[in-house]
Design a protein around this ligand. Structure first.
Ligand SMILES: Nc1ncnc2c1ncn2[C@@H]1O[C@H](COP(=O)(O)OP(=O)(O)OP(=O)(O)O)[C@@H](O)[C@H]1O
Ligand SMILES: [Mg+2]
Length: 262
């Protein structure tokens, strides 16, 4: 049995009359890449923030490794934030710092030389150049900034990475690159990933399991292959536009991913 790292039960959250979560349940299992899809404004970003204690639920529990995060003191929260990396939807880079300083931000306590070595390793892993470390975020393109933000999140080698819309606003080529990178990272770091996205190619391309946030609950759970087969209901409508593209993506993928695992 795989262990659940996060167990969410009976989650409720509303902003005034805007009810986002109405008794939602979800497990995040060790080693999986879980995609969370859902309409804009359905609460996906808020959900990630609740997982790491940045936003408080109205009701329900969130267990992290079996412990209720509502009971966490500062030390336990700090530990959670070390173990769980978070790539924010808006990249959230510090504009007054270089990429190197941004990537090194979570590495306090290490020497400059250690920080540089780690930053170089991860900046290359996300497909940027070592020279990019000296640049400021404002001088990078959107795709490069996404990658730099990713490098910062993974530089501390978190056990779990939460990605909030990692491919939003990117052109198709960069979408493919980032999606491939998430998959590659998953293989190299052997961690657990949660990918929130409304880009269906990203969701279906990288994940081992997909859930859709719908009506305040996590519904329509399944493997990408199962969800593509949905013939009715919200999940069907949601992926309708992307279906042909997804089917094309999926047919060849099974054999090629088998090859990659050998
Ligand atoms: N602090 C807040 N106060 C009031 N409403 C909020 C607050 N934060 C978020 N909301 C509302 O909660 C809803 C869900 O927001 P959230 O950012 O989680 O959506 P999302 O699913 O991530 O959307 P998108 O796909 O566009 O990123 C939105 O309607 C948003 O306006
Ligand atoms: Mg969002």
């Amino acid at each position: 049995m795989t262990r659940a790292l996060f167990e969410v039960r009976g989650l409720e959250k509303a902003f005034g009359s805007n009810v986002l979560f109405a008794g939602a349940d979800l497990d995040v299992f060790e080693g999986e890449t879980l995609a969370i899809i859902g309409e804009s404004g359905s609460g996906k970003s808020i959900f990630l923030k609740m997982l790491i204690g940045l936003v408080e639920p109205d009701a329900g529990v969130i267990l992290y490794k079996g412990r209720n995060i509502a009971d966490f003191d500062q030390a336990a929260l700090d530990n959670l934030h070390r173990e769980v990396g978070y790539v924010f939807q808006n990249d959230a880079m510090f504009d007054s710092m270089t990429v190197l300083e941004n990537v090194g931000y979570g590495l306090r306590g290490k020497s400059d030389a250690e920080v540089r070595a780690i930053a170089e390793k991860f900046i290359e892993m996300v497909g940027l150049q070592i020279a990019d470390l000296e640049k400021f975020p404002a001088s990078l393109s959107g795709g490069m900034r996404k990658r730099a933000a990713l490098a910062r999140a993974i530089a501390v080698e978190p056990e779990i990475i939460l990605y909030d819309e990692p491919t939003q606003g990117l052109d198709p080529q960069n979408i493919t690159r980032i999606a491939e990178m998430i998959e590659q990272l998953q293989m190299e770091l052997k961690g657990t990933s949660v990918v929130v996205t409304h880009d269906m190619r990203t969701a279906f391309g990288v994940s081992s399991r997909i859930v859709m946030l719908y009506g305040g609950k996590f519904a329509f759970e399944g493997t990408p292959e199962q969800l593509i087969e949905a013939r009715e209901g919200p999940i069907h409508e949601f992926i309708q536009d992307a279906r042909e593209e997804l089917q094309a993506l999926f047919q060849p993928r099974e054999s090629s991913s088998d090859d990659a695992r050998r």
